[in-house]
Design a protein around this ligand. Sequence first.
Ligand code: MG
Length: 390
Amino acid sequence: MSVTLILACAGKGNRAGFEKNKLLVDFGGSTCLERTLSAFVKSGLIDQYIVTASEEDYETVKKICSPVGATVILGGATRTESVYNGLSVANGDVVLIHDGARPFVTLKMIEECIATARNTGSAIPVIPTRNTVVTADGEYIESYLGKSGIYSVQTPQGFITEQIKDAYAHTHGRKGAHARTGANAGADNINVFNDDGEVYKLRFGKVNVYAGDAKNVKLTYPEDFETLYCASNYRFGTGFDCHKLVEGRALILGGITIPHDKGLLGHSDADVLTHAIMDALLSSVAERDIGYHFPDTDEKYKGANSIELLKQVLKIVDGKGYVVDSVSACIMAQKPKLLPHIPTITKNLSGVLGISPDKIGITATTLEGLGFVGREEGICVHANATVKGK
Ligand code: MG
C-alpha cells in the first residue's frame, strides 16, 4: 500500500499579520512549512508528497520542498480548488490531506489516519470541543449547540485515493449545488466546502472519525505563532562563581543579608549567588560574562549592589530578544546553614527576575568539610538559566 500526502499551502496566510505567507516565516531557524513537512518525513510512511502553493509563493515553496522530491502544484482560488488540483496527480492507494499550518501533527495521528482510511475509506480527526458552542449573529446568540457530541475537526484527513477523487469529481464544478452553509455562506463561497471530509460525505454519506490531538493546532493568528516561536527558541546558560570568606564583611546571597560571623570578600558586595546567576543569564544569550561587562578594575563597581548589576544584565538579555524563563543554582557553603534562608532569597530574586518563585530552584550543600569550602574559606555557586524568545 502506498501513501500520498497533499499539503495545503496555497492560502495567503495573512490573518497571522506577517508581511508574507505565515508558512514561510522563519521561527528559530525553520519555517512552519518545513516543520510540518518534517513531521511527515520523520514518520517514514509517505511515498508521494504533493504541496499546493499560490503563484506568489510557488518558487519559495518549491525550494523548501525539493529535498523530499515533492511535486509542487499551483493551488486554486479556494482550498477546495487547491486540493482538487493536488488530487489530480495523487497516485498513492491512500491520500492524506493536511494543512501546512499544522506543524504539531503527531506520529500517532499519521499512523491512525492511514490505518483508518485504509480500513474504512475515510479518516477525519476530531477533538471534543472544550467550549460550549453557540450560533450568533454578531450581536445576539441565536441558539445553543452545547458541548455534548460537538467536535472540532482537524487534519490530516485520510481517504482511499480513488474514492476522494470520485467525490471531488462529482462535486467539483457543480456551482451552488453544495455551497458552504453557515456564517461563511454567500455567493462568493459557492462550491467551497468546509473540508475534504464534507466533500467525501456528500458523495458517500458516511465519514469515519479518529482521535485528533489538542496540540495539533492550526496556526492562524499572531498569538498562535508565539507557541511555535517559544517552543523553538529556548536557550540555556551556565555560570559559576566563588568568593573568599573573611571577617568584617556582610554575607549577601541573592540580595539578602545572611546573619554570619564572616562575609564574602570582593570588589562589589561579593554576592556570589547573584554573580553566578548573572553569568548564567549572559551565557544563555552568548553575551560574554560579568567580568567583561562590569570589570573589577573599574572604580564604578566598587562596593556595587549586585542586584543592581543583575538588573543591567536583564536589560542585556532583553536587548537580545529574550526573557528569563527559569533559574536554578547550587550554593556550596560549609556554614552558615542556608536552608532557612532559601525561601527569602528565592522571593527576592523572583521580584528582580520577574519570574514566579516556582521557576527559581535554589539548593544548598556543604562539601562535607572537604577543600576550601569545607574549611570555611569561601563559598561557591553554580547557576543555570533558561531564557525564551520574546
Ligand atoms: Mg563574583
